[in-house]
Design a protein around this ligand. Structure first.
Ligand code: ADP
Length: 397
């Protein structure tokens, strides 16, 4: 079956057409600046990248543009839309309603809409993408795959905040966790690579990208994760603060004469390694600045790696041990220096870096020494493939 995977943001839409039998990407691309002016980038497998600057006034026009490229006589990869067997949508928040991927019936779409309050920036955009596909591909089954679903196995001791309980029961204030599709895919893949059953392993997945989170996966189930009610909690990120003393919010609002939402905007968009360094949120820029002697860039890198190492320690404690530590996403897959620095904290676990093996980018590889008690590895994430697999599984049910 050919599955169109859609990841829809408020002004962007990423897509991949995946052949579920061969698991090959047939074409992929991105619509940007939707509602502003518009740019569609389209790359058929093995072909050149094409950029179209046609106007994209809304998401329906964007999806329609994508479908036109996929079926184009010259650069298309399918003869007609009839070849698309299903559409898989990435959905950010499934609240407590969705512990699994789901067929997007009208009832399910309404339930996703009801979760919008918990993710006001993301879910409405996801729903716009779903509606646009419904309009242009009526009758094609669509599946929602949620970032939060994998973490619904967390026990109350991991998901409850120490706040008045009624905030949880009345308003759903609890830890949900995100990047679930990635944590699930990477933990399963790590077990496969090691030739073991995921049910027999305690795995810590470090998803280190611009957004970053760590997950404790015990026997294939998420038992804790570093992001919480929103993706703001936990690690230091590209521009997000991660965990901090909430009293700082009122203090800074007073000092800088800002509203609560202005402070939250700073915590989301101007903090993290960007905020500390004043240089960039991109680790390549931070590393070159640090190499030239920029101390704040070095501090930002140190805060980042120290916090990753601390969370690995939390989760080794939470699971009473750990067998495998995985690095994934932009930084985890590509940044050898960050991996080496994190690993320098892990000797107490009996996890030692194999420097030569660590000299790798974007490839599956064990990077701990053979005598390590805990295996460290790089496992590139593939959220689109995971969504395509889930979509096929749900459609074939
Ligand atoms: P997201 O999906 O959250 O936007 P990614 O997983 O794509 O993020 O990660 C993007 C980040 O990965 C970049 O901001 C950059 O810091 C880091 N990154 C990408 N390539 C490299 C590299 N070669 N070396 C170091 N860091 C890299």
């Amino acid at each position: 079956m050919k599955v169109l995977v859609i990841n829809c943001g408020s002004s962007s839409l990423k897509f991949q057409l995946i052949d579920s039998e061969s698991e090959k990407v047939l074409a992929k691309g991105l619509c940007e600046r939707i509602g502003i002016d518009g740019r569609l980038t389209y790359s058929p497998a093995g072909g050149d990248k094409h950029v179209f600057e046609d106007p994209l006034p809304n998401h329906t026009v964007a999806v329609s543009g994508v479908l036109a490229k996929l079926t184009d006589e010259k650069i298309g990869v399918i003869a007609s839309l009839g070849e698309i067997g299903a559409v898989g949508h990435r959905i950010v928040h499934g609240g407590e309603k969705f512990a699994q991927s789901t067929l997007l019936t009208e009832e399910a779409i309404q339930a996703v809409e009801a979760c919008s309050e918990l993710a006001p920036l993301h879910n409405p955009a996801n729903i716009i993408g779903i509606r646009a596909c419904q309009e242009l591909m009526p009758g094609v089954p669509m599946v929602g795959v949620f970032d939060t679903a994998f973490h619904q196995t967390m026990p109350p001791k991991a998901f409850l905040y120490s706040l008045p309980y009624e905030y949880y029961t009345k308003y759903g204030v609890r830890r949900y966790g995100f990047h679930g599709t990635s944590h699930s895919y990477v933990s399963k893949r790590a077990a496969e690579i090691l030739g073991k059953d995921v049910k027999d392993l305690k795995i810590i997945v470090c998803h280190l990208g611009n957004g970053a989170s760590i997950c404790a996966v015990d026997g294939g189930k998420s038992v804790d994760t570093s992001m919480g009610f929103t993706p703001l909690e936990g690690l230091t990120m590209g521009t997000r603060s991660g965990g901090m003393d909430p009293a700082i919010i009122e203090y800074i609002a007073g000092k800088e004469n800002m509203t609560l939402s202005e402070v939250l905007n700073v915590l989301n968009k101007k903090s993290g390694v960007q905020g500390i360094s004043g240089v960039s949120s991109d680790f390549r820029d931070l590393e070159s600045a640090a190499a030239e002697g920029n101390q704040r860039a070095q501090d930002a890198l140190d805060v980042f790696t120290y916090r990753v190492a601390k969370f690995v320690g939390y989760y080794a404690a939470a699971m009473n041990g750990v067998d495998v530590i995985c690095f994934t996403a932009g930084i985890g897959e590509n940044d050898m220096a960050v991996r080496a620095e994190v690993m320098s904290y892990l000797g107490y676990l009996g996890c030692y870096l194999d420097k030569e093996a660590n000299n790798v980018r974007g490839e599956e590889r064990i990077i701990s020494t053979p005598d390590s008690r805990v295996t460290a590895m790089v496992v590139p994430t593939n959220e689109e493939l995971a969504i395509a697999r889930e979509t096929v599984a749900i459609v074939n049910k």
